[in-house]
Design a protein around this ligand. Structure first.
Ligand SMILES: [Zn+2]
Ligand SMILES: [Zn+2]
Ligand SMILES: [Zn+2]
Ligand SMILES: [Zn+2]
Ligand SMILES: [Zn+2]
Ligand SMILES: [Zn+2]
Length: 363
């Protein structure tokens, strides 16, 4: 994107021509001034075969008489310095002539300072010009690479938490640092989260995933509670967990009438769209607990849950949804990210039932 420097002067398109002043004795017949069309009695000049009163041979740019040498451009005449001004490159920002160093970009010219101040893209975080290497996040924000690691990234959306980009952020009691864009849409109340659960279950059923509302409950918890409930103390990115249990009667030493209950735990204080995505993932675990063998490899299981969540999100009209999808696609985690890519490559564009059959039977 960076422009390159070139010389400020345009190539001269006309030669410098000197004026010759003639005396009337040399020209006995009546001659007329090309400018005022009146007869010339005193001295006159001839330019390109036309006669002029000397005071009527005028510069196109400044309108004053040309006495010394001149430059011609098309059918117009100029003082030498007026010609230079007329043809010099002008800065597209300040409209002043550029002498000295110049930047060109997309057929426009700039003073280096004007270019730096007004044309170079600005860092979304510190608002300074982005020169050299910079990064772009999934939201399209451009920023200096060195802000990463110096400033926190929002645990939910990944944006760099800063005044200009996210209007700051806040810490939750469990240590999470959340940007204010996410915080504005955060859901904390149990009843709202229960409503989201009902909404997601309805949609998944519509997609062909059999679930029973009556044996699924949802509980909003903070990060520390989620870690201890799931037993995944070390997994810092955990946002939800599904605890499935069953009761069964034994008939002739065989399990019969198996009744499942699923408790879904989800982080409190997330935007509703994120909560829906997590619920879709965990509900797929609930379905899998009832319908698939226990011994599935983790990347197949988590990748499938993420893929159903991804499919669910396609129905959302929330403007943030495309970024959530992008974050899923770009997740480098070997289980959640690469597992998801594997399942997506296999089942993208196919009916959901194809994936469900694959999970039930392994083919
Ligand atoms: Zn005249
Ligand atoms: Zn002039
Ligand atoms: Zn300028
Ligand atoms: Zn910056
Ligand atoms: Zn955020
Ligand atoms: Zn999972």
């Amino acid at each position: 994107m960076k422009g390159k420097n070139i010389s400020p002067l345009m190539p001269l398109s006309a030669w410098v021509i000197f004026i010759f002043i003639f005396c009337p004795e040399l020209h006995p017949q009546a001659i007329k001034c090309f400018f005022c069309n009146r007869e010339i009695n005193g001295t006159y000049i001839v330019v390109d075969g036309n006669y002029y009163h000397p005071e009527h041979f005028l510069c196109k740019k400044c309108g004053k008489q040309i006495k010394g040498s001149y430059q011609k451009l098309l059918d117009d005449y100029y003082h030498l310095d007026c010609y230079e001004k007329e043809t010099a490159a002008k800065c597209d920002v300040c409209n002043q002539i550029i002498t000295g160093e110049m930047i060109t970009q997309d057929l426009k010219f700039y003073h280096p300072e004007c270019y730096r101040k007004f044309i170079v893209p600005k860092c979304s975080v510190c608002l300074e010009p982005l020169e050299g290497e910079y990064k772009i996040d999934v939201y399209g924000n451009k920023f200096h690479s060195w802000h990463i690691g110096v400033l926190d990234q929002c645990e939910t959306c990944g944006r760099i938490i800063s005044k200009s980009l996210t209007n700051g952020g806040r810490y939750y009691d469990d240590g999470r640092h959340i940007c204010n864009l996410c915080y504005e849409k955060a859901v904390f109340s149990q009843s709202e989260i229960r409503d989201l659960l009902a909404k997601v279950i309805d949609k998944l059923i519509e997609m062909g995933i059999s679930l029973d509302k009556n044996n699924i409950s949802v509980h909003a918890v903070d990060k520390n509670e989620l870690k201890s409930i799931s037993g995944m103390e070390k997994f810092d990115r955990l946002e939800g967990f599904c605890k499935s249990q069953y009761l069964s009667d034994f008939v002739k030493n065989k399990k019969k009438n198996i009744k499942f209950t699923h408790k879904i735990y989800v982080l409190t204080g997330l935007p509703s769209l994120n909560i829906e995505a997590i619920l879709a993932h965990e509900l797929t675990h609930a379905w899998a607990a009832e319908n698939t063998p226990d011994n599935q490899p983790p990347d197949v299981r988590e990748g499938s849950c993420n893929f159903i969540s991804y499919q669910y999100l396609f129905y959302s009209t929330d403007p943030e949804v495309k970024f959530l999808l992008l974050n899923m696609e770009k997740n480098p985690d070997p289980v959640y990210g690469l597992g998801f890519q594997k399942i997506r490559n296999k089942f993208y564009g196919k009916p959901v039932s194809a994936l469900l059959d694959y999970l039930k039977t392994g083919n």
